[in-house]
Design a protein around this ligand. Structure first.
Ligand code: TRP
Ligand code: SF4
Length: 326
């Protein structure tokens, strides 16, 4: 029997290269080895986007299409929508009864987000309880592992603590899942900050070739290299990081050499990178187009995933009710 992993994404915007290289390609890699449950965390999206639920609905479907387009295989993974499996809400409620408030208040992600999300009021009950819902998502399927980035590791730790506390109070129902750490993507946004929709610095999987050209031309390179005659340092240049992923070995070593002796200019270097990036994304776009034309296929995938997930969720909740005796 394969070990099981569970991971989710909040549908708050379009998928970009940060998602692709920071999560999705790792998910794809894991699908060979694990029994994968990947879901759209639409209730989680509501914690910050409660005033714009339209975005959540529109994105959910788009994200699923992106997942399949990048090579996640519906025959190997179970894709489902959190809000379609109502058991998540019940398990969240039970966990909320046994989770001490200080566990949530000291959560580093919570403290950080309170500071960061200044545009919206996220001083809500649901937002504080975000990791409790996440624990329900994970434990519902008795996951052995949770593939997430470093920023989410505290949430998995909290999940383990909630599992332990439940088992101690009511009997052994839940395994304690491990973090399966996703290496952080080296690809930064056009402005060299972390790639993020909210920074306006992202290249999206759905960007046209013209948009990609324009964005690549805007990218900040080695800031020390003001003129073409100044030698550059590829090691600190974001354009070079893209070359490393999207260009062949020969071109990468040529850029590395010629940048350092100021033989290649940044404009030329970017043009070559943009060509390779566009080529690299072409197959994904092609598959997306096919899926968009076949509406029924995507609905089928979601229905089938929801069906599989709900069978397990129903079983787990039987055991939970049996253990709690309510
Ligand atoms: N909190 C995760 C994020 O923002 C999304 C998420 C919700 C999740 N539930 C999950 C991830 C369960 C892994 C497992 O990225
Ligand atoms: Fe970056 Fe290329 Fe310019 Fe060197 S030549 S600084 S690698 S964009």
């Amino acid at each position: 029997m394969k070990k099981r992993i569970v991971s989710g994404m909040r549908p708050t915007g379009k998928m970009h290269l940060g998602h692709l290289h920071g999560a999705l390609l790792n998910w794809k890699h894991l699908q060979e080895e694990y029994d994968c449950f990947y879901f759209i965390a639409d209730w989680h999206a509501l914690t910050s986007e409660y005033a714009n639920p339209d975005i959540i609905r529109q994105c959910s479907r788009d994200i699923l299409i992106d997942w399949i387009s990048v090579g996640l295989d519906p025959d190997m993974c179970t894709f489902f929508v959190q809000s379609s499996i109502k058991e998540h809400a019940e398990l969240h409620l039970i966990f909320s009864m046994i989770t001490p408030l200080p566990w949530l208040e000291r959560n580093p992600t919570y403290k950080e987000q309170l500071k960061e999300l200044t545009q919206r009021d996220v001083y809500t009950y649901g937002f504080l309880g975000y990791p409790v819902l996440q624990a329900a998502d994970i434990l519902m399927y008795k996951a052995n592992g949770v593939p997430v980035g470093e920023d989410q590791a505290p949430h998995v730790e909290l999940t383990r603590e909630i599992a332990r506390r439940f088992n101690y109070l009511y009997g052994p129902v839940f395994p304690e899942p491990d973090v399966v750490l996703t290496p952080t993507s080296k690809l930064l946004g056009m402005d060299r900050r972390k790639m993020s929709k909210s920074y306006g610095n992202a290249i999206f999987l759905t960007d046209t070739d013209e948009e990609i050209d324009r964005k690549v031309m805007q990218m900040i390179t080695d800031p020390q290299r003001a003129r073409k005659s100044d030698p550059g340092d590829p090691a600190i240049c974001n354009v070079y990081s893209f070359h490393e992923i999207y260009s062949g070995k020969d071109l990468v070593s040529r850029i590395d050499r010629e940048c350092r002796i100021a033989e290649v200019g940044c404009v030329e270097c970017k043009k070559m990178m943009a060509e390779n990036l566009k080529k690299g994304l072409a197959a994904i776009k092609e598959r997306r187009k096919e899926l968009e034309a076949d509406v029924g296929r995507v609905d089928e995938v979601i229905e089938e995933g929801n069906r599989k997930a709900s069978i397990i969720a129903a079983q787990t909740m039987e055991q939970v009710r049996e253990a709690v005796k309510i």
